[in-house]
Design a protein around this ligand. Structure first.
Ligand SMILES: [Zn+2]
Length: 284
C-alpha cells in the first residue's frame, strides 16, 4: 500500500500501555477475567463483576484516550487506514446516501479490555461493538494473520480493519439492528443471517478499497491479492477444516472462503453500495 499521502485518523485510542491485561502489570487479574466470562454466560453484566473485584470499571469517560506514540509504525499504519475509511465513507454517505458519516473509534488493546459489549479479548480476534461504536484490535492478531493464517501483507491487515469498519457502517444504516430483530424472531435462521451480515461487511471492505484507491491511488500491485488471500484464509470452511478436519455448513457464521472473496470483489469492482445487498441476493 502507498499511504504516504494519507492522513492519520485522530480516532485511534491506544489502551496498550494503560489497559488491563492478563497477568503482568495490569489492574485486572486473570481470575477476574474468568469470573467475568462465567458471569457473561449466566447473563450477568461482566462489568458488575469487574467492578466488584477491582473498583470502578474503566468506562468510556474515565479511560485515558491516549493517542498512539508517533514513532510506532504499526499504530501509524492503523491510523492511516482508519483515516482512509473515514474519507471514503464520508464521501459515500454524503454523495450516495445523503447522510452524515459519524466515524467509529478504533481501540488498540492488549490481552483484554472493557467494552460496552462485555470484556473484549485477544482470542476473539478484531471485533466491532455497536454499543460504543468502537472497533477493537489487538495488533497481535496481525502476527496471527501472517503466521497462522498465512495471510501476510499490509493490505491483508487493511482489509481486516475495513471489514470491521464495514460493521460500523451497518450499524449506522440500521442494518445490524434489523438483523438482530430477525434473528430473535427466527432463531433457526440466525447463522444464515449472520453470514449475510459478514459478507456484506466484506463487500463494504472491497468498496472502500476501490473508492480510496481511485481517490488517492493507495494500492500497489499484489495488494488486492493479499486481501483475497486473507479472505480465503479466514473463511468458515477453511477455519473449521483447520480446527476439526471437516466442514459443517450449518454452523457457518461468516461465509465460506469463496463467498468472502466473491463479495469483497463485488464491492471492489463496482465501488457501489447498492451492489452490496447480500440480504436480497438469491445466491451468495
Ligand atoms: Zn465481521
Amino acid at each position: 500500500m502507498r499511504l504516504d499521502d494519507s492522513r492519520e485518523s485522530e480516532n485511534v485510542e491506544d489502551r496498550r500501555a494503560s489497559g488491563p491485561r492478563f497477568g503482568g502489570r495490569g489492574t485486572i487479574g486473570i481470575g477476574t477475567i474468568v469470573l467475568a466470562l462465567v458471569a457473561m454466560y449466566f447473563g450477568v453484566d461482566p462489568r458488575v463483576v469487574l467492578q466488584m473485584a477491582e473498583g470502578p470499571p474503566v468506562s468510556e469517560e474515565q479511560a485515558p484516550a491516549t493517542r498512539p506514540p508517533a514513532d510506532d509504525p504499526q499504530a501509524r499504519f492503523v491510523a492511516k487506514v482508519l483515516g482512509e475509511t473515514e474519507d471514503t465513507w464520508g464521501a459515500v454517505f454524503q454523495q450516495d446516501l445523503n447522510r452524515r458519516y459519524v466515524p467509529p473509534k478504533l481501540v488498540l488493546f492488549r490481552g483484554a479490555t472493557p467494552t460496552a459489549c462485555g470484556t473484549g479479548q485477544t482470542a476473539m480476534g478484531p471485533f466491532y461493538c455497536p454499543g460504543d461504536s468502537k472497533v477493537y484490535i489487538d495488533l497481535a492478531f496481525f502476527d496471527e494473520l501472517r503466521s497462522r493464517f498465512k495471510a501476510p501483507g499490509d493490505f491483508a491487515q487493511a482489509y481486516v480493519i475495513a471489514h470491521e469498519v464495514g460493521h460500523h457502517v451497518q450499524h449506522l444504516l440500521g442494518i445490524s439492528d434489523q438483523v438482530d430483530n430477525l434473528r430473535r424472531r427466527n432463531p433457526s435462521q440466525a447463522n444464515a443471517l449472520s453470514v449475510r451480515l459478514e459478507l456484506q461487511a466484506d463487500c463494504f471492505a472491497g468498496l472502500w478499497a476501490q473508492r480510496a484507491n481511485s481517490a488517492r491511488n493507495i494500492l500497489e500491485s499484489g495488494d488486492v491479492e493479499e486481501a483475497l488471500n486473507a479472505a480465503t484464509a479466514i473463511g468458515d470452511d477453511r477455519l473449521q477444516k483447520q480446527s476439526q478436519g471437516y466442514v459443517v455448513p450449518d454452523t457457518f457464521t461468516h461465509g465460506t472462503s469463496a463467498q468472502r472473496v466473491r463479495w469483497f470483489e463485488r464491492g471492489f469492482k463496482s465501488g457501489d453500495i447498492r451492489q452490496c445487498d447480500t440480504f436480497s441476493a438469491t445466491s451468495l
